[in-house]
Design a protein around this ligand. Structure first.
Ligand code: PLP
Length: 363
């Protein structure tokens, strides 16, 4: 590891693999003999076309995405998709179902109110978003056009371990914060979307994986930039795409494939999460994670201190030891360690050692 780099536990934008950053650095001025930086290339030139095509094809390999699905590289963040999804998939009077497991699914629900008739069929709000519902207790609206879930709630740290099967087969998932962190059976979903800036690249790229037969039904008012058909027909090159970000995502996909693919990546993520949760649970209550054990996120680990007055000191001392961005989201407080793909095991081990030492000094 580079001595001057910190262990960055931020929720997003988040740490990226050092190998990827060094490779990007080595190609910054002159991409593979082209005499240009990727930032300077025409998005219609053969160089950039090779970059975006390779990125798509590597992502298809990683997630085993079949030809029945389009892969789109878009802009506007996952937040833009909260609107684009109802605008493309349903009519204004159509019912759509939402499971609300945290702040992000709630935001998606609220945006859907403008373009459809969403209905919350389950909410974890009264339990402070520490749970995922059991699927046989769920009752969908009979005429619901899709079921929307957030696969991993970045703020609350709850993550689906398997997925519900809606009656009409149309499951839509926000995978922003666990995208490419483990294998996923894409064929279970009508649409998967993710902002890149947690696991796969810099902010500015939003990835949408959509079943092709769902494309082409956008509401009349849909802005051209939000119309999946426009982007699918133009291979994500209808207008100038976020070229450099797509290039960076491509480097990350290559790196994930080099690691042996998502089965191997998941093993590493499970190991990191286990070490951290064990440290929390084994602290005799000094640290506490409120999330129900079976649905704890492998990516975002929220925890509190029994002596909450020590939280600011904890964060300050950790930062002095080059472990940064451990403050919890302003809406929930406490701490949060985001341990995405690119967080090395050594970073988690260092955090756990620090937690034990902090406890010994303050118990
Ligand atoms: N959904 C989830 C699960 C997130 O973690 C975020 C985080 O930023 C968003 C949506 C919003 O994404 P963006 O900032 O890319 O619009």
């Amino acid at each position: 590891t580079h001595q001057d780099r910190v262990f960055n536990f931020a929720a997003g934008p988040a740490t990226l693999p050092e190998k990827v950053l060094l490779k990007a650095q080595s190609e910054l001025y002159n991409w593979r003999g082209s005499g240009m930086s990727v930032m300077e290339m025409s998005h219609r030139g053969k160089e950039f076309l090779s970059i975006i095509q390779k990125a798509e094809s590597d992502l298809r390999t990683l997630l085993n995405i079949s030809d029945d699905y389009s892969v789109l590289f878009l802009q506007g963040g996952a937040t833009t998709q909260f609107a684009a999804i109802p605008l493309n998939l349903v009519n204004p009077n159509d019912t759509v179902d939402f499971i609300v497991t945290g702040s992000w699914s709630d935001k998606a629900f609220k945006e859907a109110l403008k373009y459809s008739k969403p209905s919350t069929i389950w909410s974890g709000k009264s339990e402070k978003y520490t749970e995922i519902p059991s699927f046989h207790d769920l009752e969908q609206n009979p005429d619901a056009k899709f079921l929307h879930i957030c696969a991993n709630e970045t703020i609350h740290g709850v993550e689906y371990k398997d997925y519900p099967s809606p009656k009409n087969g149309l499951l839509v998932a926000d995978m922003s914060s666990n995208f490419c962190s483990k294998p996923v059976d894409v064929s279970k979903f009508g649409l998967i979307y993710a902002g890149a800036q947690k696991n796969v690249g810099p902010s500015g790229v939003t990835i949408v994986i959509i079943k092709k037969d769902l494309i082409g039904n956008a509401q009349e008012i849909t802005p051209v930039m939000l119309d999946y058909k426009i982007h699918a027909d133009n291979n994500s090159l209808y207008n100038t795409p976020p070229c450099y970000g797509i290039y960076m995502c491509g480097l990350v996909f290559e790196d994930l494939l080099d690691q042996g693919g998502l089965v191997e990546v998941e093993k590493k993520n499970k190991k990191k999460a286990e070490i951290l949760y064990n440290a929390i649970d084994g602290s005799n209550g000094f640290y506490r994670c409120p999330v129900e054990k079976s649905v704890r996120s492998l990516m975002n680990v929220p925890f509190t201190l029994e002596k909450s007055e020590l939280e600011a000191e904890f964060i300050k001392e950790a930062a002095k030891e080059n472990m940064v961005q451990l403050k919890g989201h302003r809406s929930v407080g406490g701490m949060r360690a985001s341990i995405y793909n690119a967080m090395p095991l050594a970073g988690v081990e260092k955090l756990v050692a620090f937690m034990k030492d902090f406890q010994a000094r303050n118990a």
